[in-house]
Design a protein around this ligand. Sequence first.
Ligand SMILES: *Cc1c(COP(=O)(O)O)cnc(C)c1O
Length: 482
Amino acid sequence: MKYISTRGHLGQAAKPEFCDILLGGLAPDGGLYLPEHYPQVTRAELDAWRSLSYAELAFEILSRFITDIPADELRAICNKTYTAEVYRHARAGEKASDITPVHWLEEGRLGLLELSNGPTLAFKDMAMQLLGNLFEYVLEKRAETINILGATSGDTGSAAEYAMRGKHGVRVFMLSPHGKMSAFQRAQMYSLQDDNIFNIAVTGMFDDAQDIVKAVSNDHAFKAEYKIGAVNSINWARVAAQIVYYFKGYFAATRSNDEQIAFSVPSGNFGNICAGHIARQMGLPVARLILATNENDVLDEFFRSGVYRPRKAAETHVTSSPSMDISKASNFERFVFDLVGRDPKKVAALWAEVDAGRAFDLSGSAEFARIADFGFVSGASSHADRIATIRKVYERYGVMVDTHTADGLKVAWQCRDEVPATVPILVLETAQAVKFSETIVEALGREPERPAEMEGMEKLPQRVEVMAPDVDLVKRFISAHV
Ligand SMILES: *Cc1c(COP(=O)(O)O)cnc(C)c1O
């Protein structure tokens, strides 16, 4: 499989393969990588995949996108990544060996697809654990090292650090917005004492941190000298890894491949639901992709109106579902590429606006007229909605959900009538309640339970460097620590 850029300036001869783009971030032309085409899944394949374990299914799907790692070795990487030991935090009554079990709230109609049973209790582990093993494999093959530079509003950073800690040839420099994450998230990241993990808290918003990462990555000389790589949500391998659980969830929630399914996805940077879009393009029978935002509703606004209006940092709300607090959605360009008929010139023109801080408007265009073909519906949720939803789900079903999953549930209920009554709706459970206990206490008046191994984590010593949001300061810190 060859890869192309959404902005199309790679040139004919130079199309990379998976391992070539694994360690990088943006394409050299500023676009995002996508496979040259989406592999199509036949009915016979779907039938054969229905009974596979998560690791086996991951191999079948990923081998369509990763053709430059020998099959046996890719299979071994999948088997090592998706184990009941790594994804051991399943809800009582669910099997950890399912990796992403479905927990029904209403049998056959409304369920949670548990994606947050990994080491950091958030869905980013699903992709990041694979990435850690892929990085190790490719770096060892090439006798190379890498310095990962990333920005996180919470879950990406901890998932990356837990995936990369102690890995040979890898250092992680992770920028986070100072004082904007939950106490649990801070403890999870900053308490890591591994020599190859560096936490930098910038005194700004997540987008300031993300802009620094982009600026450093655009400094090609620095990037080459310090072997800078990325694992933030634009990384193609992460999107690819996330495709797998849409298939797994479909098989778990349906009895035959004649049935359809809907997914409700708590969304921020559009990485998770982008994988759902790709699964659907591959032929998975997805009736609806329900996109849920919090108060930062830039994506909901687009799907309702055709206007994509990235917000200024100052317009970005700090909410109780902080991992969705974004002002622009970094993976959205991948979807728009498909929406405009995979025309890189159109994407480049639209993102010339976005990169200049302006909106673009597709309302009334032939492209936006086709939006229904992609199956999306959307909605937004507020703090009051989250509190009400967490209460309702606890009282009605005896189940505790986190704030992001609550956004997904709220919007799923809101969009329920757009999904035929016979079609199951799976809400992607993107984190466990314990990560956002302040809001759980506000909603339920009690602390969520936490895994015994994480008791007292906030009291552990923390390793973090506080810094102004300044590109040169960050560069200096990196050069002093490699
Ligand atoms: C990252 C994250 C999201 C948003 O996912 P995107 O891929 O950025 O859309 C939602 N919930 C949680 C808990 C997250 O960590």
